[in-house]
Write a protein that binds this ligand. Structure first.
Ligand code: ZN
Length: 334
């Protein structure tokens, strides 16, 4: 029961327990599920389970469990593509996997390789891994994590046993952050809505103060007029400043997502009445007769096209100008 500390994911837990009991753990697993739902925590728990020399509980403090928890066990290797690199470099696979496996291991026991973002393997780096993936040395486990198995190169997916990780229920996410970050239940509930099933996303919303930022963003956007079009666009651009385009995108995407959810909330209030809304922290902005937002469905499209433009490397200032202009046009068309 070394998975007792893992929140949710009952089906992967059952599946792994079953194959372990049968002694049929596949040597290559693909953990497929959204970012931040706990795939790496699960992979580390599995590594502990295999290497534990103690009682196999989450509280075990044996040498192996301790080292794996602190990520300094020589037999447990955690590989992620370099920041800002869109691909897993061949060199990383060679030095991280192939060479250590070729050495006569100083320590016996399990060797576990965990790969984040396996969709970033290219043909060359996948080929380097292929032979190991097909016939790894005994007591070797490869865990390939991905947000979308469909985006991973087929030569890898076809050689892994796939395990699905579903988004966690809001209540589990809220309960976790309330305890772990000691924040009020009401705030935890709001954060969990925007986190859509991901504890990682919930923690990032808290750490980055994203609820405050989205409210500031929303207020500026909703208050914009013909006269303030350019200054509003400038203010929105300033909110997503960053050294690189990647940094600016990372700040902008969650805000655009939240803006789209705001439009959705307005639509829900006008049509489906009691359905759940996301922006429960701003009830005054979602009233039935709110004059500012006349055609939320048009504005959802506008936000989506803004995101598309950012993905296509369009200048962010231009994207913001369009976003605000679309809103003002809809507001003025009565
Ligand atoms: Zn242990």
């Amino acid at each position: 029961v070394s998975f007792e500390n893992i929140i949710g994911h009952d089906r992967p837990k059952e599946l792994i327990e079953r194959v372990l009991k049968l002694g049929r753990l596949p040597h290559a697993l693909m953990f497929d599920g959204p970012e931040g739902v706990g795939k790496t925590c699960f992979a580390l728990a599995l590594a502990r389970r295999l290497s534990c020399e103690g009682d196999r509980t989450a509280a075990c403090e044996c040498r192996n469990c301790r080292r794996i928890s602190h990520e300094n066990h020589p037999g447990v290797v955690h590989l992620a593509p370099l920041l800002d690199k869109q691909e897993f470099p061949v060199e990383m696979v060679r030095t991280g996997v192939i060479e250590p496996l070729a050495l006569k291991s100083m320590e016996s026991g399990w060797r576990v390789f965990i790969f984040n973002e396996s969709e970033k393997f290219n043909e060359a780096s996948a080929n380097v891994l292929l032979k190991t993936l097909e016939e790894p040395p005994p007591t070797t486990l490869l865990i390939l994590e991905t947000r979308s198995a469909g985006a991973v190169i087929e030569t890898l997916t076809s050689r892994c046993q796939r395990i699905r990780f579903a988004p966690l229920p809001d209540s589990l996410v809220a309960g976790f952050i309330e305890k772990d970050r000691k924040i009020p239940a009401a705030e935890a509930a709001i954060v969990s809505k925007f986190a859509v099933g991901s504890i990682g996303r919930a923690l990032s919303i808290i750490e980055k103060g994203l609820l405050e930022t989205k409210n500031e963003f929303l207020d500026k956007y909703l208050a914009s007029t013909n006269a303030s079009l350019i200054s509003t666009a400038d203010e929105l651009v300033a909110m997503v400043e960053g050294k690189t385009l990647e940094e600016r995108r990372k700040k902008l995407y969650p805000l655009l997502d939240m803006l789209a959810l705001y439009m959705r909330d307005v639509l829900v209030r006008r049509t489906a009445g009691d359905a759940e809304i996301f922006h429960v922290d701003r009830p005054e902005l979602i009233g039935r007769n709110l004059p500012q937002v006349r055609s939320p469905e048009k504005l959802v499209a506008s936000v989506e096209s803004a995101r598309q433009l950012v993905e296509e490397n369009t200048n962010i200032k231009y994207v913001m100008l369009r976003l605000v202009r679309d809103y003002i046009e809809v507001k003025n068309a009565s």
